[in-house]
Structure formats: C-alpha cells, structure tokens
Design a protein around this ligand. Structure first.
Ligand code: TEU
Ligand code: CA
Length: 540
C-alpha cells in the first residue's frame, strides 16, 4: 500500500462496527481478533484506515456509545493486548486505526458519574450537569434524542441530571475545565499507544447554554415527529470551537493524527454549520461528516446541488469528506432500491469527489438493509420508537463473508440475525465475479490510490442538457479526469463538445466503466447507457 503524504486527505477510510464484522471466539459477537484476521482483505480492498465504532468497556446500553472506562477494551471485543496487536498488525500493512471518542456523555457506570452521583459535595459533582428540582419541575424543555425529556430525576439527591441520549448516558459538563483535562488525558492514552486519530461522536453537542434556556418549539416543520424542538441551546455553542482548538493543539504534539467530527444536524442538514467545526482548515477538526447523502433521493440534480453546497460551505481551505452510509442510517443501496447498478453509480460518485471517502463495512458488497423483526430489536432507538422508527439494527447486521452456515461471521447464533438474503451476497462470491460491486470498489480504489487528480485535484461540475446525468472534471496541474454518471435507467446522449471540456481534447480514453457495455459514440455524441458511469481521460 502506498503511503500518502496526508493519509487522511488521500486515502479511503473504512468504518467497522466491531460487533458485526467477524467473531473469532464463537460467542456471536464480532471482536478485535476477528478484525485482525480480516486485515488482509482490507489491505486487498485498498483502504488506508479503519474507523472502529467504540470498543471500550461498556454496559452496552447503546452498544458502546456509553463508555464505562476509556482505557479498557470491553472483554466482549477482546483485551487491551488485542487492541495493541491490532494497531501493530494494521500499521504493518499500511492501515491506520481511528478510534471512536464519545465525550459528550459517558455511561452512568463510569466512575466519574458514580462519584458525581454519590453526593452533592462530591468533587466530581460538576463533571456532569445537575440541577435543583423545586416541586419536581424539570429545569427546562430539552428533549433527549432517544426519547422523552433530557432530564432524569435522581431520588438520592433530589436533583435532575442532563442526558442528551439515554438516561444511562449522562452528559459531561464541558464548562468545567477539569472535564476537558480529564478527557484529553483519556484521548492521550490511545494516541500514546499509536492510534492514528479519533472520530468524535456528536461533537457539536458537548457545550450547553450556560443559562440552560428553553429550546424554541418547531411549528409546522417536517422534522422528525419525535423531536419537536429546535436545538438552539443544547447544540452548537460557540465555546465548542475553543475546546476543539485546544484539542487540535493537543493532537499536534503527535505525528500525523486526525480528528473527524460527527456533527449532529437536523434534516435537511446545514453544511455551513458542519464546516464551521473545521475552523480555518488548520485549527479545529481535520474533517467533518456531511450527512446530506445519508438522506438524499435518487436524483442527479440534487446530488450536484448538495455537492456544490458542501464545497461552497467548506471553501478552499477546509477538506471535504464523503459518506453514504453508517451505523445510524439505512444503508445507501437499500435507500436507492437495492439496485446494484445504482450502487455502482453511487460508488463512482463517492470515490471521485474531491475529499476523503468513508465506506461502511459491507457497502463494498452491497449488503442490504432490512429492519429486524420487532421482537429481535436490540437498538434502544428501535425499542423506544418502534413502529415509527424501526431502530438501527437493520444496518448493523453481521458481515457476509462466505456461504458457510454463519456466513463466515460466526459459528453460533449471531447477536443480530443475518440478512435473509445473505446467501446471495458474500465477499467470497463477489471475489469470483469479475463484474461484481466488490471488484468495482477494489478497482476504483486502486485507480484512486494511483491518481493524483482524483485524490487531490479540484472539481468543477459541467452544465449540460441532460438532467439525469452528472458530469464533472477533476483537475490537477496538467492532468484532468472527467466523470459521467447516468442516474437514469435509459440511455442518454452526451455531446462530444462537453466531453472535450473535461478531457482537454476531443479524443478520450475510458479509465473506468461501471457497466460491461462498450462506450458508443456517433459523430457528435457519446451514448451513455442506462445507469452507466464512466471515468475518462484524454488520449486515444
Ligand atoms: O449519533 C448521533 C445520533 O444520535 C443520531 O445519528 C441517531 O442515531 C439518530 O438520530 C437516531 O435515529 C451518535 C452515534 O453515531 C450513535 O450511534 C449513538 O447512538 C449516539 O451518537 C449517542 O452516542
Ligand atoms: Ca466474539
């Protein structure tokens, strides 16, 4: 694997949901040894880093997003030794490791919270946000993302504490400088062990309004029915940027580390707000996630609009990242109708935008998403909101490696059921099929890894008459690449004059084709087949 100058800008990053990747010790739950065993596959795929969803000690009320101890690996996933081994083995293969840092809240089993809850006079009391409860009135109207009020009454002290998610996930008090010190120490622990960076969970939520003012209610807005308020005072406070600047300086003491932030925004998204957490491009987060493509419809013009909006919001100094799927949203292939041809178009889009692509495990084989049966729901979101929201188990089903009884994931009953069609769709099968989605990802990542224009070039969308076709150019010095993506199932005529704008020459060469159909041209046009995507460059 080529080692890039700035790996987090140039490489492809692969998210693993550890519970669901590979189970090495036959308990039905994926683990670190399972990931170590899979490194060869990931190296073959060509990715440059793995982001691991949380593997720390946890009561697993939110499957690891509730941390009991930042320095200990949960025995379900293995031991600290296994984690050190994973870091070393990955590094030996040129693969970097990004851990998930959940610092808006801890588990209620974290020793800080246990101390904090023990007495009003505890020296940890102000690590969390406690408020008096005269006649049991809640301190304000804030809602928890996972349902109900964000305030939980504590009988022991007759005070409420704040939780933006489950009551078992109390929010840390980031206005207390001791909290920052303590968390930076925990972060340093893994940086010292060689971890290459962190994905920061709901990082725009950490600081809360100093006066705890009520959030305004939304009237007639079509946001999620269970979240009827605008998060003016419990998100996006200015002080968060100060914390991030100090966090960035702390990580700069290490070599080549990276911070990527999850910025929780309401639909339809807010690219300017998201981009703001990258500061001036050098002083806050290296990357942030823009979730526009986790919600978007299958519509070429919308895809272009969202992309241009994202680039505009970032300006030149902040580096973009791209993501179609993750452990919180329905997998993209399913959102687009479980159609492999569409998955190929979206893959070509993801891997040819300017910025860092993030892949979610199984996306490369087009693993499908299906909510689990109501009685099998494990996710707290599903437990609370079913049937309005089926929860997130559908996108967390076990990885489909091969056609063995447990699909190469496990030899016993898995923690979540396999997708009913798992048999039709495995890594092993797709490795044997030349035209598979897996080969497309493998080949495109390889092309990208060797192509400076795709990794670092500028981007420019081209205007033309075909509403279903996206056309854009990536340019780097003298090199230019043209991408054509047909979102329609029907063929579309593309004027050769448009192609010449992208290839600097009337003559062009096909670097990559998402279909096996040959590229036809007439005297004046190129015929782009239904759902055909092309990557072109100049030349014969
Ligand atoms: O996610 C933020 C979050 O709460 C939403 O993405 C949420 O999953 C969605 O609104 C529910 O439909 C982060 C983590 O990615 C998520 O897995 C955690 O559960 C959450 O924070 C709390 O740590
Ligand atoms: Ca296991």
């Amino acid at each position: 694997m080529k080692r890039f100058e700035t790996w987090w800008k140039e490489g492809v990053i692969y998210q693993i949901y550890p519970r669901s990747f590979r189970d090495s010790n036959h308990d039905g739950i994926g683990d670190l040894k399972g990931i170590i065993e899979s490194l060869e596959y990931l190296q073959w795929l060509g990715i440059c880093a793995i982001w691991l969803s949380p593997v720390y000690l946890s009561p697993m009320k939110d499957f690891g997003y509730d941390i009991e101890d930042y320095r200990i690996i949960d025995p379900l996933f293995g031991s600290n030794e296994d984690m050190y081994e994973l870091i070393e083995a990955a590094h030996a293969k040129g693969i970097r490791i990004i851990m998930d840092m959940v610092i808006n809240h801890t588990s209620d089993r974290h020793r800080w919270f246990i101390e904090s809850a023990s007495s009003i006079d505890s020296k940890y009391r102000n690590f969390y946000m406690w408020h008096d409860a005269p006649s049991r009135k809640k301190p304000n109207n804030w809602k928890a993302a996972f349902g109900g009020s964000a305030w939980e009454f504590d009988k022991h002290s007759s005070q409420y504490y704040l939780h933006s998610f489950l009551a078992s996930q109390p929010d840390l008090n980031w206005r207390n400088p001791d909290v920052e010190k303590a968390i930076f120490n925990e972060m340093a622990f893994w940086l010292d062990k060689g971890v290459d960076g962190y994905r920061l969970d709901v990082i725009n939520l950490i600081v809360k309004d100093a006066l705890f003012r009520d959030n305004p209610k939304t009237i007639g807005e079509t946001i999620r029915a269970y979240d009827m308020q605008r998060h003016v005072y419990d998100r996006d406070q200015n002080e968060t940027h100060n914390v991030l600047r100090r966090m960035r300086s702390m990580t700069e003491h290490y070599d080549k580390r990276m911070l990527v932030g999850e910025i929780m925004v309401e639909k339809p998204g807010n690219p300017e707000m998201t981009a703001s957490y990258q500061g001036n491009g050098n002083d806050e987060l290296h990357l942030t996630f823009n979730f526009a493509y986790n919600w978007i419809a299958w519509d070429a013009l919308r895809w272009r609009k969202e992309a241009e909006h994202w680039y505009r919001a970032l300006k030149d100094e902040r580096w973009p990242s791209w993501v179609l799927s993750n452990h919180d949203v329905k997998r993209s292939i399913t959102r687009f109708g479980n159609d492999v041809q569409r998955a190929k178009i979206s893959a070509l889009f993801l891997l040819t935008q300017r910025g860092t692509p993030f892949l979610y495990y199984g996306e490369e084989i087009g693993m499908q998403d299906k909510p689990v049966a109501p009685w099998e729901i494990k996710d707290p979101v599903g437990r609370h909101y079913w049937p309005f929201h089926p929860g997130r188990d559908g996108q967390r089903r076990p990885m489909q490696w091969n056609s063995d009884a447990g699909f190469g994931f496990s030899t016993v009953k898995p923690w979540l059921p396999y997708h009913p069609d798992a048999k039709k769709n495995t890594v092993e099968q797709q490795k044997h099929e030349k035209n598979s989605l897996l080969h497309l990802y493998h080949d495109l990542i390889a092309i990208r890894n060797h192509d400076e224009a795709l990794r670092l070039g500028t981007i420019r969308f081209l205007d033309h008459e075909q509403a279903d076709v996206l056309a854009y150019v990536r340019e780097y010095g003298q090199i230019s690449r043209l991408v054509l993506l047909n979102f329609s199932k029907d063929a579309r005529q593309i004027p050769l004059s448009l192609i010449a704008q992208g290839t600097q020459d009337a003559a062009f060469r096909v670097i990559f084709n998402t279909t096996s159909s040959l590229v036809e041209t007439t005297d004046t046009h190129l015929v782009l087949g239904g759902y055909q995507g092309l990557l072109l460059c100049e030349g014969e």
